[in-house]
Design a protein around this ligand. Structure first.
Ligand code: GDP
Ligand code: MG
Length: 595
């Protein structure tokens, strides 16, 4: 049987444990890419990935492996991201795999995300090959890492392989182990076509390109195809595989991973997780597809120039490529038409924003991010608020609930004291401390809003980069929250409103007005900046006026004329329109950075 010699597997691990580097070595050792053409972390081909040094999108590449028994195997390797904000990408890759390589960095040991990945692979009934990486590093602690793997997961000593993805040492054994223990794909070439759409991509010339894993049947250009959920039919323009560039093959069959150029231009006609089948001989039951991702952080995205249509197109096309990015239209008094967007975390928000700028050439104005609040009103109604603008007047609110998460922090013992301080300052509730080798594992419950903003960076900086964390949503809990509104020159600026804990209100408000005083563009007259909470102004600073040379030099008479004019302008302040105020991204960043 042809697909006895196919193996589909994902490389999974905590961030920076060496997944993309192992993919490099595999491509090199199988002569998929010549040494001359190979770049470090070659599959991280997006600009944002190279700049941040992380994988954001899963990648797939087909390589041929000549096994020690003389048999040639076709391997489909899927490299996945390690950061929790991109875990949706991992689950997509696992649905197209029969096995995984679970990497553990010997300089860091088993991390929260290692265990999380292990569990996802188990749930998907995949064969897991545990591999310890970075054995070349002087900081590698092989014995301890091996011990951690045996203690925390269900492996024996002889299951574990040892490699350096950097030098290639031990990688040959990984390649050999893959064909020995990972099962070939099931499914028959003779049956009707059944393929999973596991990723999508919009090409300005070719339209929608679907990345597919065939479970049954085969595919060639002669067949008319249909996406089952959307019922969109089309004739394939091109069919091929990833080497890692797209290479046309003209056909694919059961067990294989590849792509299909649909020619469809409307992105709404294609959905991730959909089943592709043939129009003439369709399957009855679609594949289970994917669970929808749940956004945890929300923010408004607005075009920072007047090219709204380009902006909208860019949003649609990017969302096709990243289905964990959610959006719906919204309208702001100050900023006009835009989108309320949902993300899996703050890094996700930042990456989406950069991708819109780099890949689609649109610049984005981002409002302060927030989590989703559950508001219970005095009249018994309940609502979900993920935009501060929709927060009801405080007199109508009975109580508010906010999301709480369970946070597991793994770190060297010496940082425990500082970490406890940090977590407590973020309203963390301690509930467990344990040790694994010389690593401490701290467990807390924390408001999701406190984790969402810059907690990860803080955690890294107080632990010299050693601490890692894993976050799991827990439940909604009642909290004492208020909405803060910002008034610039007595005009309420909707896009600057935000929701925060009452205990932080005075501190945050006074710090904020000071910062806004220096970031809001000046006018000819002084403008007060105020923070209004539950009907009371709790902080105020004045944005100083622009200095006009004419007003200080020149004759006395002209000075007073000028002053009279300024005074008149000041009197008219209440009539000011929001269109008179232009706020640069800097102003929004001020709020964004307040956390
Ligand atoms: P990923 O996030 O899991 O994809 O990790 P990368 O492949 O991007 O690697 C993260 C960092 O670890 C990079 O700086 C690599 O050069 C480094 N690295 C990866 N494998 C090894 C290894 O075997 N030995 C050493 N010393 N460094 C490695
Ligand atoms: Mg990577």
């Amino acid at each position: 049987n042809k697909h006895d010699y196919i193996r589909n597997f994902s490389i999974i691990a905590h961030i920076d444990h060496g997944k993309s580097t192992l993919a490099d070595r595999i491509m090199e050792m199988t002569q998929t890419v010549s040494k001359r053409d190979l770049k470090d972390q070659m599959l991280d081909s997006m600009d944002v990935e190279r700049e941040h040094g992380i994988t954001v999108k899963s990648r797939t590449v087909r390589v041929f492996y000549q096994a020690r028994n003389g048999q040639e195997y076709k391997y489909n390797l899927l490299d996945t991201p390690g950061h929790v904000d991109f875990s949706y990408e991992v689950s997509k890759s696992l649905a197209a795999s029969e096995g995984v390589i679970l990497l553990v960095d010997a300089t860091q040991g088993v991390q929260a995300q290692t265990i999380a990945n292990y569990q996802i692979a188990k749930e998907n009934h995949l064969v897991i090959i545990p591999v310890i990486n970075k054995m070349d590093s002087p900081n590698a602690n092989m014995d301890q890492t091996r011990q951690q793997i045996i203690e925390s997961m269900d492996f024996n000593e002889q299951d574990i392989l040892y490699i350096s993805a950097k030098t290639g040492q031990g990688v040959a054994d990984v390649l050999e182990r893959i064909q020995a223990v990972i099962s070939p794909p099931a499914g028959s070439v003779e049956k009707p076509l059944k393929a999973l759409v596991f990723d999508l991509h919009y090409d300005p010339y070719k339209g929608v390109i679907a990345y597919i894993r065939l479970f049954e049947g085969s595919l060639d250009k002669e067949k008319t195809l249909v996406f089952m959920a959307t019922q969109a039919g089309f004739e394939p323009i091109e069919i091929g595989v990833f080497l890692p560039h797209m290479q046309s093959t003209g056909s694919l069959s059961a067990g294989e991973v590849g792509y299909i150029v649909t020619g469809l231009k409307e992105v709404q006609r294609v959905k991730l997780g959909d089943t592709l089948t043939s129009s003439a001989d369709p399957v009855q039951e679609p594949l289970p597809g994917y669970k929808e991702s749940k956004s945890t952080v929300f923010a408004g995205f607005y075009p920072s120039d007047d090219r709204y249509k380009d902006f909208e197109n860019a949003i649609h096309r990017l969302a096709l490529n990243d289905s964990s990015f959610r959006y719906e239209e919204e309208q702001s008094d100050l900023l006009g038409k835009g989108f309320r967007c949902g993300f899996l975390g703050m890094l996700h928000l930042q990456i989406i924003r950069e991708r819109l700028e780099k890949e689609y050439g649109v610049t984005v104005l981002t409002t302060a991010p927030n989590v989703s609040y559950h508001v219970i009103m005095k009249n018994g109604k309940e609502l979900w608020v993920n935009n501060p603008v929709n927060y009801p007047p405080f007199v109508q609110v009975e109580r508010v609930e906010e999301p709480f998460s369970e946070v597991t922090i793994t770190l060297p013992e010496e940082y425990i004291g500082d970490m406890m301080k940090l977590v407590t300052s973020r309203k963390g509730i301690f509930y467990d401390l344990s040790y694994q080798s010389n690593q401490a594992i701290l467990k807390y419950e924390m408001p999701a809003s406190e984790i969402a903003y810059d907690f990860f960076d803080q955690l890294k900086s107080i632990s010299r980069g050693y601490a890692t964390m894993d976050v799991k949503y827990k439940e909604y809990r009642t909290a004492d929250l208020v909405k803060a509104e910002i008034l610039v020159n007595y005009l309420q600026i909707d896009a600057l409103a935000f929701i925060l804990h009452r205990e932080d209100v005075y501190h945050t408000a006074s710090e904020l007005v000071l910062k806004l005083k220096h970031t809001i563009p000046r006018k000819l007259y002084p403008m007060p900046v105020q923070v209004l909470v539950e009907g009371k102004v709790i902080a105020r600073e004045d944005v100083p006026p622009l200095r006009k040379n004419a007003a200080v030099s020149g004759e006395k008479k002209s000075i007073s004329k000028k002053q009279a004019l300024l005074r008149r302008q000041n009197m008219n302040k209440r009539k000011m329109e929001s269109s008179d105020i232009r706020l640069p991204q800097e102003v929004f960043n001020t709020i964004l950075e307040m956390g």
